[in-house]
Write a protein that binds this ligand. Sequence first.
Ligand code: HEM
Length: 400
Amino acid sequence: MDVQEMLEMMRDPLGAPFFPVVFQVLLVVTWVLHIHFVTGAIGSSTFSIFAFLHKDPSLLRLGRITARLTPNMVGLGIVTGIAPLLFVQTIYDPLWYASNTLAGFWSVTFIFVVMGGYSLAYLFYLKGSKDGRLLWSAVASLVLLCFAGWVMHVLHTVSIRPDQWMNWYAPGGVIDTRGIQFHAYDVPRLMFLLPLQAGLSFAATLMFVAWYLRQRTDADLAFLDWTASLGRRIGLIVAPLYGVFGLLWAFTEGPEFGLTAFIAAVAVGLSAGLFAFFWLQGKRPVLAGAKALGVWALALLVVAVTREVIRSVSLSRFNYSVATYPYIIDWGSVLMFGVTSVVGVSVVTYLIMVIYQSGQSADGTVSAKAEGFGRVATAMLGAWFGFFVLVGLFSSLFLR
Ligand code: HEM
């Protein structure tokens, strides 16, 4: 059996429940959210540790804020990681299950690593960030979060190399079921995707937070200006390094798939574009905040598409393509997914409105319009829960 036949046989025999290309688009888009939040968490955690070690009053004040931001960002990163996970499992199931088996020990350990990373970040925020105690918990959390990123990277890197799976599964013909080896990785790629994007996500977040908090009547403008300019300075330092490691990524992983020039062009373009953006902000009296986050989201979208191009090119060598993945439209699943998305997005929109509006007013009030929208969104959620319970009861009682 050759690699192409193996990949075909490992696909879900039922096929995808909807047009596979739609899942591919959703995979790319939701991954942008995931990577922004997890790298933002790594950036804010690193900054808190730095601030508590230096004890400068402004650094400490911001360090306390970022210590609170870290667990929030990890939580959002985990939640937004589940979405691309579902889409990967649907259209790239042979790849994802094979790589999770080949690195089985680490894919199980991953869950505990993420739990530990989150819990320790929360512990530091809750019990340590007031007076700088328990700094070890912030450091341990950062180490665990970085390790989680490493495991994710290995799983992905193994997954796009199906021609090597048999060698890794049974080296020299002897089966190795331990799943303990890191079979494939590309350090420049990981440096580009993790620590450097952590710097940039954090820079954009700082600029956004400073811009957002300026709108309050009781805002401390001097502190917020300092915060925004710190974000800009971090961006200016990290953007060139982003380009350098992007080029190294191009020259290490690129040749294997004939994509050296493509990855290099993306890296140089992103690095130059981001540097120019941060530099131009220096000419403005008030630095852009929402725009900084928007520009960063666009950059991440380019990275997400680049990852997808690399995967597609790798798989095209074995005639595996999302465009030809078999599918049967399952309207029941589509309806469930569609309604759940509408309900979920409405509730999240309500939460964002509450956080946004209450943060802007000195007394934390929210407009009547937002409250009205919230009532509709939560009623929809309640109705949807009720519907699920009924479907469960019906299938348990009548469809056995
Ligand atoms: C909390 C720590 C985490 C970090 C630092 C992290 C980091 C990363 C990184 C760096 C990548 C890109 C790997 C590459 O392209 O080489 C990635 C991909 C991904 N992550 Fe995470 N991640 C974390 C947690 C999670 C969790 C909890 C989930 C799922 C619930 C998740 C789901 C995914 C998925 C589905 C991908 C895409 C895989 C693919 O395209 O093959 N991640 N993550």
